[in-house]
Design a protein around this ligand. Sequence first.
Ligand code: GLC
Length: 802
Amino acid sequence: MKKFATKYGSFSENGKEYVIATPRTPRPWINVISNGDYGMTVSQTGSGYSWRTHAQLNRLTRWEQDLIKDEWGKYIYLRDEKGNVWSAGWKPVCAEPDAYRCRHGLGYTILESKNFGIETELLMFVPRDEPMEIWQLTLRNRSRKTRTVSLTTYFEWGLGQAPDWHREFHKSFIETEYDSKAGAIFATKRLWEVPTERGHWNTNWPFVAFHASSMKPSSYDTDKESFLGMYGNQAMPASVGEKQLAKRKGNWLDPCASLRNGIRLKPNQEATVIYTLGCGDSRPHAADLAARYRSKDAVQAAFSKVSEHWAMLLDTVHVTTPDDAMDLMENTWLKYQAISGRIWGRTAYYQTGGAYGFRDQLQDSQLWLPIDPGRTKQQLLLHARHQFSDGTVYHWWHPMSEIGLRNDISDNLLWLPFVTNAYLQETADFSILDLAEPFVDVAHPASMYDHCTRAIEKALGRFSQRGLPLIGAGDWNDGLSAVGLDMKGESIWLGHFIHRILHDFADVARRRNDIERSERYRAHAHTLREKLNTLAWDGEYYYGATLDSGGKLGSKENEEGSVWLNPQTWAIIGQVSDRDRSEQVFDVVEKKLEFEIGPLLLYPAYRTPDKYVGYLTRYSPGMRENGGVYTHAATWAVIAAAMLGRGASAHRLYTKINPVHRGKKADVYCAEPYVTPGNIEGPDSAFFGRGGWTWYSGSAAWLFKVGLEWILGIRPTVEGLLVDPCIPSMWKGYRVKRTFRGAVYNIEVRNPERVECGVKEVWVDGRVLGAAMGPRRTTLPLFQPETAHDVVVVLGKTESPS
Ligand code: GLC
């Protein structure tokens, strides 16, 4: 049964595939497939690119960002005995197929097409732990005649960084070779443009790329000129019609890779050819990889390993709620997007990154907590190594070159203690605080506790005279890039964020007997809270920031951007506002910022570029940080609603930003309905409701977290797993399977009185749980690892909702 069908596609019955019914979607709808080192993007047209370790510094195949043409890729041309030419995907020939489907799955994509009586099925995936990709092409002759089909692969080599504006330069370092015994093309490059601290580069690209076929090719080419023909084009390359490819190789070429095979198929006969593309560490390694997948069995074994791996990762947390679209996202797609796209691939179509954003991948790594918290720990240690001894951090850095950007954005460093605290809540593994890591500038290792507290101390040293934190070159919102360059302007959101962290780390410090610090953090939090509630209060809500000149932003005094989302939601999340004020500011969020597409980051949009505010004012009104829904921040509104016990609001907000629902108006929304977008254009845009920047968005991990922890209310704390549902009152109940400290909790929540929140009774393995019950929530007992337990939670009206 198809789920959430639109004219462009639908989810498969088990929700684990998104099946696209036509190559002509409103934008490229892609998959980001990665094994943590090697990766590839593939769109529904069959276009995309491949990389190893870093999608920018170490891209293997050429790709230029063009979301309209989407015409860079790794392609297979087919030509029959009559001279009909088409491709296994839709691009680059763009023949009109008799049938077409693109199935994006977990770790793979399948392109199915039928042309001139020949059915093709192209399975593309990346094996679990090898730096390569496999394309298995199956052809079936559905006509009544014997058919002869030639197959010709084609793509262009990039081999490291090779920017478009410098391609003539870069091509002169590439060398290709054909090994007829192996049936494989090999490619190397004598230069790798990876900038280092010393500002120059003069090394070989340290890999050997290959492209091979399971069937011995009858000819090959590695020269784009002979392949396409001078002034030729990809849609109809000159050589596809030739009996043989030109067999050009060596240096001085415009380097590409192309292999030619021929196949004869009787009626109803089927044949399979396997192609590989990859990036070995050396020539023998590349040759070994190129020889590995020559049979369907070998491919099947590798494919099963990939599927099992994804099942193992994704099935660790499973929810069954009355909201199918939420189940699809929580069970499958948000986790997949965060892991494959954001943490492993770190690239997509709207942004091809490859770097680590200090705050970005740290926040993303929270996704691992209920699945495999050891991976969050690794991410924390990695980021600690990218901190300087004064507590500041790289805004982002490139793996491979280790080049990073330092700036005065004020919140980056604080995500280290924030995510460390989240790790502690999940695991109670306080030993992480004693692990030692170096700094960027000091090799001598310091404890993680030291790393975290240096970040906090640094942040505490950057306050204005009147006691609010300085915004510097921006806070979480990168687009506020000019507000505080003179180190005078203040950020209110940052104040709320610091307030939260001070309380969390006051607890951590107390546990470590660092009493002076614990008390100091508490005292500072106390003062900060007072200041925020007096100095940052705008009458009806919190304003957003002050400029270096002292003027307010995000205030009723401003005509543009007069109310901001983060300073309201985080007043609640950071526990800065009291109950009444929290209710009041949340009402403001609902009334002034919430639209059909979700809560806007600010409203109304800036129409005039303002050099004292920052680049967000330069975006078209309603776009991205300038008055669109910024999905990442929108997820925080769900937490705020749930903290207030507003179940209907929490779920409504989640639903509004759930791409499954947004995608129903596919021609307005345009973007993929199975992954979150970075942003949705707001009411001040001519394209109100259009989604963009999909895949590469920190919202995936957060939306997963807020759904599981704040709506379904299954939340880790140091003491144990908390149950604190906050749901729409019409829900009868739901189930959650979740692993916590090694034990499996099978939780069933029942809602006989149709309330939004309030835990009345808890049964564990058939016995009622007495003592630990609070007024609204309850902490479940801890269990032995590797045991499974049934928990029944009955909601109902409780005496005093907290
Ligand atoms: C981008 C950045 C992220 C930032 C956000 C808001 O998504 O990657 O770090 O917080 O924009 O500006």
